[in-house]
Design a protein around this ligand. Structure first.
Ligand SMILES: NC(=O)c1ccc[n+]([C@@H]2O[C@H](COP(=O)([O-])OP(=O)(O)OC[C@H]3O[C@@H](n4cnc5c(N)ncnc54)[C@H](O)[C@@H]3O)[C@@H](O)[C@H]2O)c1
Length: 277
């Protein structure tokens, strides 16, 4: 039996990792961490400047990275990105499905009753968070099935475990991501290879651009009542920082978790364990 190579600092040497939403707050940090661990990284984002900025910073630090414009809701765009990655790096070993997010129009509030939330806004959130995981898994899962090896990591959310108030589409979509993680784990292992694994991280609360408007007051930066309530329900009494996700990500992508597939790991400062009393 081979020994797990984690925590070897260069556990991903010789591998190619694709990170969707790689221009964003959490997934840019994941892209850098994968590069630090030896992977060549394809940073995919609908915002090409954001993707290139992250790739450029990785190259400046001595790593290998490619910034690629990719819309995770457009199969042709994902396939074009896959072609570019294949030309540049020749293979794909790792897929991190990080693109996702909520939008204010799909959020209930004093002036936005659930009954009136526009279908377009709800559909946008469902699509981005769920189809935005399914479609890249189809495109990048195919070469993994061919080579009979690969690892997929989906970024779900605390909402997948306990739906939060105000964000119905985001909560349901992330629950869908958790369910799809289990489905795909079973499908890949049974139909293609037990060496293709699919897992997810369920981050708790990380202050980023997509939720800043919900958690802090725009003018003062003070916590909103919702932000305060989250801190009060997080036994570790803080929001997460991107670095808090890296150990779990590296573990779930590395051979240290070779016998683990179909799980959703909360990284939440204890939020999901706490009953509030
Ligand atoms: N921030 C949190 O507290 C938190 C908590 C739980 C889960 N998450 C999840 O973590 C992931 C990353 O979130 P983040 O906080 O870093 O957000 P972010 O907004 O900083 O990053 C998301 C990135 O996805 C990109 N993107 C949006 N639509 C896209 C599309 N159609 N195709 C390709 N790329 C697209 C954006 O341009 C952006 O760069 C998301 O899936 C999010 O739902 C975040």
């Amino acid at each position: 039996m081979t020994q797990p190579s984690f925590p070897s600092p260069k556990v991903f040497s010789g591998t190619v990792a694709v990170v969707t939403g790689g221009g964003g707050v959490l997934c840019s940090a994941m892209s850098r961490a994968l590069s630090d661990a030896g992977a060549k990284v394809a940073v995919l984002d609908i915002n090409p400047e954001a993707a290139e900025k992250v790739a450029e910073a990785i190259r400046a630090g001595g790593g290998e990275a490619l910034g690629v414009r990719c819309d995770v809701l457009d199969r042709a765009s994902i396939e074009a990105a896959a072609d570019k990655i294949c030309t540049a790096f020749g293979r794909v070993d790792i897929l991190v499905n990080g693109a996702g997010g909520n939008k204010p129009q799909a959020t209930t509030g004093p002036d936005a009753a659930f009954f009136d939330l526009p279908p377009d806004a709800l559909r946008w959130v469902f699509d981005l968070n769920l189809m935005g995981v399914v479609l890249p898994s189809q495109v990048f899962g195919k070469p993994m099935a061919r080579q009979k090896r690969g690892v997929i990591l989906n970024i779900a959310s605390m909402n997948a475990i306990r739906p939060l108030t105000r964000i119905p589409a985001y909560s349901a979509a992330k629950a869908g991501v958790a369910n799809f993680t289990q489905w795909l784990a079973v499908h890949m292992a049974q139909e293609y290879s037990p060496e293709i694994r699919v897992n997810a991280i369920a981050p708790g609360f990380f202050l980023t651009d997509q939720n800043r408007f919900l958690l802090t007051e725009k003018n003062t930066g003070e916590l909103t009542p919702r932000g305060r309530s989250i801190i009060d329900h997080t036994p570790m009494r803080r929001f997460g920082a991107p670095e808090d996700l890296m150990g779990t990500m590296l573990w779930l992508l590395s051979p240290a978790s070779a016998f683990i597939t179909g799980i959703i790991v909360p990284v939440d400062g204890g939020y999901s364990a706490f009953g509030g009393v």
